[in-house]
Design a protein around this ligand. Structure first.
Ligand code: NAD
Ligand code: MG
Length: 299
């Protein structure tokens, strides 16, 4: 093995391939095709093994980034997949639906705003109609805006948007889904390493992710008797539209360099964790937060 990381996601050396990101920023919510380099969702690397055969999944924020990589992997594992996204993200939503359909699976668009309490019941009923049921709920949508000086700069609108998207949206959607989940179903929340090691520029966001870690544990406790498992994935720094749309060029330039593996991750490198937690391989795993952080420990 050489000392220099290079190559593709199929390689053994986890130090690479490194991402050399353009520091060009985008307007929120950010678009995949405007990113340089384009994020890797596993299009050329993820191989399915029928581990989610016949399951029906709903992934919020499924249009882009981590959610898109999870949608593609779930489809390649044999699941039908519905994705949620903001109405203004139609371009990314359509691209992801195409990826799911290319696997011969049913793909369903459920655009809308999670901050609107009415979205949750409407979205779940659309998924039930479109997929014939729901076995896997991935609460992956998330919002943050970086504030270099921390809490003093977090205004009321930002605070509301961050908590309403990440916490209220997750709770409302989970509440709407619960009556329809049966034994064998699973819920997976996307949290963050920020829930354990908060950065000064993301204090409000980090607090929402700590809340979701906590909710993962209480929901797992509550739903165990129904045979429903609840887990979370806590990503470290990952190259997705959220980054150029919400941070600064300086942060982007060195994004991920502080991790033990010395680089940011690609969305594709997160997908396996979600597949594991959704599949029967994890049938005795519940209330767990699985870090995919490039080596930064949780806790
Ligand atoms: P992304 O921008 O590709 O995905 C986030 C998605 O959230 C958006 O595509 C959008 O569809 C959705 N969303 C945001 N606000 C919404 C709203 N009000 N209603 C409905 N949908 C809404 O970025 P990503 O990095 O793939 O983010 C996915 C998850 O991963 C988020 O929860 C994020 O907090 C988390 N995360 C990301 C990183 C990272 O470095 N990229 C690190 C840790 C955790
Ligand atoms: Mg998006």
């Amino acid at each position: 093995m050489s000392n220099e990381p290079s190559g593709t996601l199929d390689q053994d050396d986890p130090r690479g391939p490194a991402v050399d990101p353009s520091t060009e920023l985008q307007q929120y919510p950010g678009f995949t095709e405007r990113m340089d380099p384009r994020p890797d969702h596993g299009e050329d690397s993820y191989t399915g093994h029928g581990r989610l055969s016949g399951r029906r999944a709903f992934i919020t924020g499924g249009d882009s980034g981590i959610g898109r990589a999870v949608a593609l992997a779930f489809a390649r594992e044999g699941a039908d997949v519905a994705i949620g996204y903001l109405p203004e993200e139609e371009e990314d939503g359509a691209s992801c639906l195409e990826l799911i359909r290319a696997e011969g699976r049913t793909a369903l668009a459920v655009p809308g705003d999670l901050r609107d309490e009415a979205y949750a019941p409407a979205a779940i009923s659309r998924v039930l109609d479109g997929l014939g049921g729901l076995d896997i709920l991935v609460n992956n949508a998330g919002y943050h805006i970086a504030q270099p000086n921390g809490l003093p700069d977090v205004d009321a609108d930002q605070l509301r948007r961050t908590f309403e998207t990440n916490v209220y949206g997750t709770i409302w959607l989970t509440q709407a889904a619960l009556p329809h989940l049966t034994a064998g179903a699973s819920i997976i929340n996307t949290t963050s390493v920020q829930g354990y090691h908060p950065s000064r520029n993301l204090m409000d966001y980090a607090a929402t992710k700590a809340a979701l870690n906590n909710l993962t544990v209480s929901l797992a406790e509550m739903l165990g008797e129904r045979g429903i498992r609840v887990n979370a994935v806590a990503p470290g720094p990952v190259w997705t539209p959220l980054q150029p749309a919400t941070t600064t060029s300086e942060k982007l330039e060195s994004f991920g360099e502080g991790t033990p593996l010395g680089r940011m991750g690609q969305p594709a490198e997160l997908a396996g964790a979600y597949v594991f937690l959704a599949s029967n391989d994890a049938r005795y795993v519940s209330g767990e937060v699985l870090g995919v952080t490039g080596g930064t420990p949780l806790g």
